[in-house]
Design a protein around this ligand. Structure first.
Ligand code: AMP
Length: 542
């Protein structure tokens, strides 16, 4: 027997329709790349998103086609989120910190029909534009007054011109909730970046769970400022959570330095924020140096990399801000766990509570997780046994875009590449990483790419790139090299060899020369052993 309830697809457009109807006067405040502060409401957002949906159709974008963005957190980016996905096309947010070669690869792989970009990224677009085969139009996210006459992008279109040509009489179409809605590439796995393709259903379910009190805990009474970029997994869902809850939204644009962020926190009364640990270091350094306090901020979600317990303590003791330490992945939409209390915790000592807050947290409803040993046997949740962390659920990847890399699942579970232990209360702690990657300031650096470049140097017999601890960036790449016999090469020569081949910030911080790199039975480099042998090594930049 079936239940007798309405069948209504879970669509992203419904979040905006709800925000317009119930929170129409709520504000969205953006620091524009033009330099000023822009203010409007959810009602304005909804109207302009409808006009943009019509503009996309006029450009020839049809349902299922991909539309790329290279943009900061701002209101025009929000409009694209809803116009593209709401009309049945797929929003592809591109990370502008990638090298132009990677951006061109990703845009072609995704077959982006149109790419919208903030003016900051004009030089990047000029470097990419001639190299992509798929892209038919480039649109500058600005008005005509801010469009430089001497740009070098053939046929460049202007965002506000596209909007001016349309009215807002548009009905969001209804379609299957499993329709693809947005696409994010991740370099968090080896080889070329792979696309993670979200659906309307996965997104709406993630939105509902992400807003719950034990996750971000976002409500209509909040003022939320996502420092985490919209090109990092939809700013961890906040682009959807804010309209669903009716929270005031504050978008910081390119102003991610401590001073610019602090000014917005205070002037807009921000109560809730989210970002990677590196960003908070910058913000706290500014606040400390100037003897300031947060007058309204109460909670801040920190994730993407492990948040140092000292930062959690400092936020709580000095600033009265509760850190919500969260863990997730691009492949998980991204939120998997959040470190929220259970009813027994408020009575505990500060140290005990800080220990709970420092874990990566408990699984949200909708995320099933387990830890397994090398043979795949499930390990106990005793806070001691640690093993490969596997997850499954309705907002977790089933396969990469275009089935790149084959079936990623193991018996229906997604192997995260993280190694973890879980205690009897379900709190998970990441203890290590089995995947071969480096995460610097919340951004991936592909160790394989760095090794391949080093191996192309005539003096290098074998090269391995591993993550070395850095107090600011959490991890920085360290190149470990075995030289060919009788050939000389210096650290400086090897580092200079990276020039122009990768994004500058990917360049290793140092080179260590060794006699041999440990190899396993199949001839694979044993990075774990290598990392162990380097545990006393300190980066010169640290
Ligand atoms: P991304 O796909 O860029 O979101 O990266 C996901 C990966 O970042 C995870 O698999 C972890 O390795 C790492 N990560 C994310 N959040 C945390 C956290 N709170 N603590 C430790 N590592 C984290």
């Amino acid at each position: 027997m079936f239940g007798q309830m309405m069948q209504q697809p879970l669509l992203i457009s419904s979040l905006l329709v709800h925000a317009e109807r119930h929170h129409g006067e709520q504000q969205i405040v953006s620091r524009r790349v033009e330099g000023d502060i822009h203010r409007y409401t959810y009602r304005d957002l909804a109207s302009r998103a409808r006009r943009m949906a019509k503009a996309l159709a006029a450009l020839g974008v049809t349902p299922g086609q991909r539309v790329g963005t290279l943009a900061w957190n701002g209101y025009r980016h929000m409009e694209l989120y809803y116009a593209v996905s709401g009309s049945g096309a797929v929003l592809h947010t591109v990370n502008p910190r990638l090298h132009p070669d990677q951006i061109a690869y990703i845009a072609d792989h995704a077959e982006d029909q149109v790419i919208f970009f903030d003016m900051t990224f004009l030089p990047l677009i000029q470097a990419v534009a001639g190299r992509t085969k798929a892209v038919k139009h480039y649109v500058a996210m600005t008005d005509r007054a801010h469009l430089p006459a001497d740009h070098k992008v053939p046929g460049l279109l202007c965002y506000e011109d596209l909007l001016d040509a349309q009215d807002d009489r548009y009905e969001w179409p209804s379609f299957d909730e499993n329709t693809a809605s947005s696409l994010c590439y991740t370099s968090g796995t080896t080889g070329n970046p792979k696309g993670v393709l979200y659906s309307h259903r996965s997104t709406v379910l993630h939105t509902m769970a992400g807003a719950l009190p034990d996750a971000l805990g976002c409500s209509a009474a909040d003022v939320v400022l996502p420092v985490v970029p919209m090109f990092h997994v939809n700013s961890w869902g906040i682009v959807y959570i804010a309209p669903m809850t009716g929270a005031k939204l504050v978008l910081p644009g390119a102003g991610l330095d401590g001073k610019s962020l602090y000014e917005l926190f205070e002037s807009e009364g921000v109560t809730l924020s989210a970002g990677v640990p590196t960003v908070w270091q910058g913000l706290l350094a500014y606040v400390d140096a100037n003897g300031l306090k947060f007058s309204t901020m109460r909670r801040s979600a920190i994730g993407g990399s492990a948040c140092p317990p000292a930062m959690i303590r400092r936020f709580l003791e000095v600033y009265g801000v509760r850190v919500i330490h969260a863990w997730g992945m691009t492949e998980m939409s991204p939120i998997g766990t959040a470190a929220s209390f259970k009813s027994k915790h408020p009575g505990q000592t500060l140290d005990e509570r800080l220990a709970v807050m420092s874990t990566q947290g408990r699984a949200l409803y909708g995320v099933d997780m387990k830890i397994v040993d090398e043979s795949g046997n499930e390990l106990p949740w005793d806070g001691k046994a640690s093993g490969d962390l596997l997850v499954r659920g309705p907002w977790i990847i089933a396969s990469y875009f275009k089935n790149e890399g084959g079936d990623p699942l193991r018996d229906g579970w997604f192997p995260t590449g993280d190694v973890a232990k879980i205690d009897a209360d379900g709190y998970m702690i990441i203890t290590d990483r089995s995947k071969d990657v480096i995460k610097s300031g919340g951004e991936w650096i592909g160790s394989i790419d760095l090794e391949n470049i080093a191996m192309a140097h005539p003096a290098v017999a074998m090269a391995a790139c591993v993550a070395a601890f850095h107090p600011k960036w959490d991890e920085r790449p360290l190149l470990v090299v075995v030289k060919k016999p009788g050939v000389e090469v210096t650290r400086e020569e090897l580092l200079a060899f990276y020039d122009g081949k990768i994004a500058k910030w990917w360049t290793p911080d140092d080179v260590v020369f060794v006699d041999a790199i440990p190899l396993g039975a199949t001839g694979k480099m044993q990075k774990n052993k290598l990392r162990d042998s380097l545990k006393d090594y300190k980066l010169p930049t640290a």
